[in-house]
Ligand binder design. Sequence first.
Ligand code: C2E
Ligand code: MG
Ligand code: MG
Length: 742
Amino acid sequence: MRTNRNHNLILASIVCLFVVFCFTFGALADQTTVNKEVLTVCVPVDRCPVFYLDDNKEVIGIGADLMRAVADKAGFEVEFRVMKEKTLKDALDNEEYDILIPFGSAIKSSSGQSSIVSDNLMQTPFTIVTVNHRNITSLNKIKVGMLKSQGGVAETISQMYPGMEINLYEKIDDCVKVLRKGEVDALLHNSYVWSYVLQKPSYKDLSAQTSTIFSMDFRVGTRDTAEGYDIIKRLNQGIDGLPDTVRQGIVLDYTSRKLYQYNFFDYIDEYRVVLLLGSLLFISLLIITQQKYRSFKLQQEQKMRELIDHDPLTGALSINGFRKKVVEILRNNPDTKYILSYNNIRDFKYINDRFGKEAGDELLTFWAKKSMEVMEDDEAIGRMEGDHFVVLRHAGGNTQLKKDENDVINHIRDFFINRNHDNKVRICSGIYVLTPEDYRNPDVDHMIDFARVAEKKVKENLKESYGFYNPDQWEKGMRSADIIGNLPLAIGSGEIQVWYQPQVNFETGKIIGAEALCRWNHSKLGWISPGEFIPVLEESGLVYDLDCFVWEKVCQDLQRWNGQGIHRTVSVNVSRSDIKEQVDIPNHFKELITTYGLTPDQIHIEITETAYAEDSALIIDASRRLREYGFEVEMDDFGSGYSALRMLKEIPVDRIKLDFRFLTANGDPEKGRIIVSYMIKMVNDLGMKLISEGVEELSQAKFLQENGCSEMQGYYFCKPLPVEDFEKFSEETITGLLKKEG
Ligand code: C2E
Ligand code: MG
Ligand code: MG
């Protein structure tokens, strides 16, 4: 037992001693750490992964870890300071720093102090980077860009490659800019740094040239002082004792990390295409949505408008819609003839009472539906109220009225009969024929009022079912329709003829020419005068067809007379609407005379005075060209319009055709004669030719001659004659006439 107790005591003493030993040793060891000398180390931090700041603003990196390991071995503790100076040379002069890294070799500070450097901590690879895969095979004789903070390294490299021109720049971005501009051939930097920097997406066009890699020493340096010397000496021992495996481990640790972190611009750069497509998609979606919204709104508005403009029961236009539609139709169809009718069912109240309101509504809907079936897009039907409908319809004459009676009215009449009731529906309609003023200034309410007046008259008269507000206009419209509709047939059938009215020289009694005037023996209307059908054809744009026929007929007659050895001259009328941009009138006449072998002097072209005033530019140009081709151009009806004397100066015509009738018809005849005499004098003085038309009496002829106008045309000499009679008309007739009058 005793022995056992002794054993326990010895064991406890050993444990106590061990604890005391451990404590003392630990305390000693702690004391050693505390007493380690602190080295202030200046490092640049713009070169990840060699030196950079982590998230806690601590200096880390391959260089930093190596430095720590070496210092540790040498018994130093390090305190890193971020290099504030622009270059290592400037930093070397700062006495706050005990040592600085990285040095390639010893350099002079900015103030000229010498430096000393440690042994090599590691070999660092240096690589050049070019833009667009440019290949550089030699490092001599090239211009490279480096960071300003690498001034020291740059100096070492300069010694290694004396032919290399090194330019220093503030930041990597500046270096890249000058490289892209071509101001330097390549950029030079630590390969580890490149492996980091080139991860930036916007540097995609840069590439490292591995064929030109070279090594640089990585040393610690300080000022060449006794203190510096001591530090370097101790550090060299540390470097010496640092195993290679530690060095490689540190390098591997940093180079295998994914250190580069994308900033906002990097993301933009990296996903440029995606972003662009995304933005385009977004904008397109925005536009589509906006357009969809707009068209939806338009549709809504359209629906609203349709609701306002339409009668919900019958589907016809409301009065408001009818007004708008009529104005629009007349604006768009100024050449179409229209009638506006006001229609109403006799005793509609009785129908409602007898068959019920629903049947009445059915009848109205049926009426509107039937009417719309026969109507064109440029026609309209509106419901005013109750059984009152207004209709705008093409003025198609009696045929149209008959057709409407069959297609619409008869069906309405028999609406109840077809449903086995003995009631005939009776409609009365008042019709207003639209006048030119209605197209110029459409007042729909006025037109409706006129049609309503006619409808009221019809209502009073139990026999009629329709009547006109303006029957003359209706007659006129129907005649116009007959003229327009028959023209093509009339031209070919001989209904239209060309007559000639001789033109004479009153002084010599000679026939100097003739005017071609057309005559129409209409199959339905009988003889109609050009005074009626020419304006209708002008308005409907058909006069050119008629004139072409007349001009050709004249040329045929002239050719025949030429063949008989009679060289005649004929004046033809050219309507103002013949001269338009689409047709080349001068050329047309030129071709005609070539076709019929005539000379241009055989055709005189008459253009009415008012045409010159209305559309002078086009007509003046046509006149000028006609004269160039050798035709004589005459200003017809001079004195009939608002002749401006200025026109005589500006318009290129050969002959003035005074209309004696217009000049003497109204007012004081004596004053008229004075005006005529002065006009003759003026035209003569201007050196223009002159002819007077409308000469009906000898006294007029004498007056004209006494005042200087001998060429005349008029009933006094001869009325327009059919061609056969004109051919027989001879100068003897005139001489006989003159002798008779003494
Ligand atoms: P305009 O060119 O001034 O023709 C003269 C008109 O005066 C003719 O009427 C002729 O018959 C008539 N006239 C001639 N002498 C006298 C007279 O002493 N007293 C009276 N009161 N009248 C006389 P017309 O043939 O009825 O022609 C009327 C107008 O129609 C013509 O006036 C002309 O502007 C036009 N016209 C006639 N034929 C044609 C044609 O083929 N083409 C075109 N574009 N217009 C034509
Ligand atoms: Mg004429
Ligand atoms: Mg005339």
